[in-house]
Design a protein around this ligand. Structure first.
Ligand code: NOJ
Length: 585
């Protein structure tokens, strides 16, 4: 998620901008409509993903410890409708069911994350390792492999053990580096014989900014201007340490790869003839993706971050920059710690230069960048408030990665779109359009020479969407959260994605149009099925509501009235008997 305040300012600015400089938007026109028919390289890996807290449920089962998300989501007012991930999709109990959904699409890989507190309840390995947690991931991995689906495993998708937050302040504290390394080491030991693709962190930008700067995510801290930088600093060190651990202790026998998954929106200059806008757009991407990628590929933070945060810190009268510095030893230790780069990408912004205030009270990661984010009102935005469909931004971002970081091996680890609807809608034509266009831009990027090896549709299932609860649905499969069995239903996009996979791309216009048509035809029958099922469960719920007072009434009758009446009758009979006996005597 992106901070909402940024987006609303965005809207206002955007309108002004469109009225005054409509021409500036049109320069991208050439990219629109130029669909490229062709196929992906042989062996390209197609997948879908999810993460532990978002899908597993079973939050307190089989010895699992609490995570910061368990605690955060149970606090009132943090999550839409006060929802929690307590049961979510119940994927913990549905390994086989979910794998059959993956088989239906013919996925080559499935991306999931391991819940740290499920296997180490307190987060500290020497305290206790939870055998049942290990067993669950063992089964998941084994079943995937039996079905020829490659597991791509994330070690940290945001669910830090709560004990580590309480004792040490979580990612604010350098001690996380060693605790995380112990956890990773345990995962390599237990699962590394079968898992060959490891992702240390998922989207550390979100962990740092939303967890420690805006507080919208767990642990909910608002340490503006410093918290995000400190969290990111420790995360980068933790990533590097885990990569070295794998490299020195496990790579020889396990022969796997260790990467990181970074998120990045693309930032396009509003006015490409304005140097200030060009620099602002570059800054936007450097403060986002470059914040993590530059140290990992080049050993240090992007120069522009050091300059901007450093200058503002001086203006604020601080002795040192709010952006921490790496020592030269640390720089060489961190540089090159990436066997592949995971990219999570959803959307794009137009960027223009803006001088933000520098006073101490306005300290923040956002104002450090001196820029404004804008959107084009013509961009489709079917779901999440922040998510506009801008496929051409994807190709640009991938090319940026190629040129900035020496053409690394890339796996797209997240890409997809949500819908807001709380009601049933399986005919997701807008999602088909989104996937079609974004995947096509990825194909163009591969033709440009970008080294993309795999693509992960986000996500396999509708799931807990962090602070948005269940109000945003990203899934290829619809999950009926109101039903306690959490049944899954295919959306139309399942059929469409399946075709892309089986053709390894887009053969020709006629065929691709046919896929779309057939997918939409098929979804209407699933829609009816789901609607009928929903009606049935609504009726059942109503009956339960009516039935409930009756049941409690009956319980009262059996538990209180009947024994009381019985006791009274016995007493009365006894008194009567005694009275009769006396009279006879
Ligand atoms: C990125 C996060 O990694 C993922 O968990 C989330 O579902 C998507 N953003 C969509 O918000």
């Amino acid at each position: 998620m992106q901070p909402r305040c940024g987006v609303s300012v965005c809207h206002v600015l955007m309108l002004v901008l469109c009225l005054s400089a409509a021409e500036d938007f049109d320069w991208t026109k050439n990219n629109h409509g130029s669909f490229y028919y062709g196929t992906f390289p042989t062996g390209f890996s197609w997948g879908a993903g999810g993460s532990a807290y978002q899908t597993e449920g079973a939050w307190d089962k089989d010895g699992k410890g609490l995570s910061i998300w368990d605690v955060f989501s149970h606090k009132k007012g943090k999550i839409q409708l006060n929802d929690t991930g307590d049961s979510s999709c119940e994927s913990y109990y549905k390994i086989k069911d979910d794998i059959s959904l993956m088989k239906e699409i013919r996925l080559n890989h499935y991306r999931f994350s391991i819940s740290w507190p499920r296997i180490i309840p307190t987060g500290v390995k020497s305290d206790h390792v939870n055998g049942k947690g290990i067993q669950y991931y063992d089964e998941l991995i084994d079943h995937l492999l039996e079905n020829h689906i490659t597991p791509i495993v994330t070690l940290y998708h945001w669910d830090l053990p709560q004990v580590l937050q309480e004792k040490y302040g979580g990612w604010q504290n350098i001690s996380m580096v060693n605790h995380f390394n112990d956890f990773a080491n345990l995962c390599f030991e237990k699962f590394g014989d079968r898992v060959k693709h490891w992702i240390t962190f998922n989207n550390p930008w979100s962990v740092a900014v939303e967890g420690y700067e805006t507080g919208e995510h767990a642990p909910g801290l608002k340490l503006r201007g410093t918290g995000a930088y400190r969290a990111a600093h420790h995360i980068i060190k933790a990533h590097a340490k885990v990569w070295h651990t794998y490299d020195t202790q496990w790579r020889g026998k396990q022969k796997g790869l260790v990467g990181i998954s970074l998120s990045g929106d693309w930032g396009e200059p509003v006015d490409i003839s304005n140097q200030k806008d060009i620099e602002a757009a570059e800054r936007y991407v450097q403060f986002y993706l470059g914040w993590f990628a530059t140290p990992i590929f080049h050993g240090d933070y992007p120069q522009v971050m050091k300059d901007f945060v450093g200058r503002k810190s001086v203006q604020q009268g601080l002795g040192t920059s709010r952006l921490p510095a790496f020592s030269s030893q640390e720089k060489s230790y961190i540089k090159g710690t990436c066997d592949f780069l995971g990219i999570g990408h959803f959307t794009t912004r137009y960027i223009t230069h803006r001088n933000d205030p520098t006073g101490r009270s306005s300290n923040s990661y956002f104002t450090d960048r001196d820029l404004a984010e804008l959107v084009d009102p013509r961009w489709p935005d079917p779901g999440s408030e922040w998510l506009y469909s801008v496929p051409w931004g994807f190709r640009r971002l991938l090319n940026f990665v190629k040129t900035q970081y020496g053409n690394p091996m890339i796996y797209v680890t997240e890409n997809g779109v949500s819908e807001k609807m709380m009601c049933t809608e399986l005919c997701d034509e807008w999602r088909i359009q989104y996937y079609k266009d974004y995947i096509n831009e990825m194909l163009k990027a591969i033709r440009d020479g970008v080294n993309v090896k795999g693509y992960t549709a986000w996500s396999l299932l509708d799931k807990f969407e962090w602070d948005e609860g269940y109000s945003e649905r990203f899934g290829l499969y619809y999950v009926d959260f109101r039903n306690k069995n959490k049944p899954r239903y295919p959306k139309a996009s399942v059929q469409f994605y399946k075709r892309i996979i089986s053709s390894n791309g887009f053969p020709n216009q006629r065929e691709v149009e046919n896929w779309r048509r057939k997918a939409v035809e098929m979804c209407s029958s699933s829609n009816q099925l789901l609607a009928a099922e929903e009606q049935r469960s609504t009726a059942a719920n109503i009956l339960r509501l009516i039935h409930d007072p009756l049941t409690s009434h009956m319980e009262m009758v059996t538990e209180i009235v009947v024994p009381t009446v019985c006791t009274l009758s016995i007493l009365i009979s006894a008194v009567l008997l005694m009275f009769l006996l006396r009279r006879r005597n």
